[in-house]
Design a protein around this ligand. Sequence first.
Ligand SMILES: N[C@@H](CCC(=O)N[C@@H](CS)C(=O)NCC(=O)O)C(=O)O
Length: 204
Amino acid sequence: MATKKLHYFDVNGLGEAIRYILHYAGEKFEDIRYDRKSWPIKNVKDSLPFGLLPLYEEGNRSLHQSLAIARYVARKANLVPTDPWEEAVLDAVVYSVYDIWGHLIPYIKETDPVKKQEIKKKMMDETIDYFFSRFEKELKKNGGYFGGKLTWADFILVTFVEAVNLFFDTEIERNYPAVKALVQKIQSLPRVKDYIATRKPYTV
Ligand SMILES: N[C@@H](CCC(=O)N[C@@H](CS)C(=O)NCC(=O)O)C(=O)O
């Protein structure tokens, strides 16, 4: 069996959904984590196709872009529908989650504490509710999962919630019962639960 390796930083960010899915699937993989404080590690960064993490390796093949990796490992774990339309509907959910990542990046990059708070307030007051009220509606309509049963889109949303909660020191799901229930379901999945219990707490 090909050796599997996931390279990412020692944070949840764009790598955690991939870790969750690999654990859920019971895959053995090397979880290689880089310290953000030591980044860039020149020889590693130079070896990456676009200088960015995550990177996934399987034997002598490697793949970059978090969503390409997540979709690939999810497909092998039967977490991607075989019907092209159903698959595309879930892609739309996933890209919507990534649209909010786009709003979070300026917050992460901002170094002025006052401006940082302003971005946070705007995100909490406007962006989060705009997106999450819509996710909530979709989940309610589909029996608690985006695709009517567990799929990779659920992992992408839940790990995004965890990342925002860490950055903003909050619990965004508390206003959205269906999102909250999904977070609990994913965190209680076999092997994901064990991984969470053994992982070190993340810091920002
Ligand atoms: N679209 C890419 C974005 C990758 C990305 O921005 N990775 C960041 C970490 S979340 C990175 O590697 N930053 C290090 C750098 O810029 O040197 C993906 O989804 O994988």
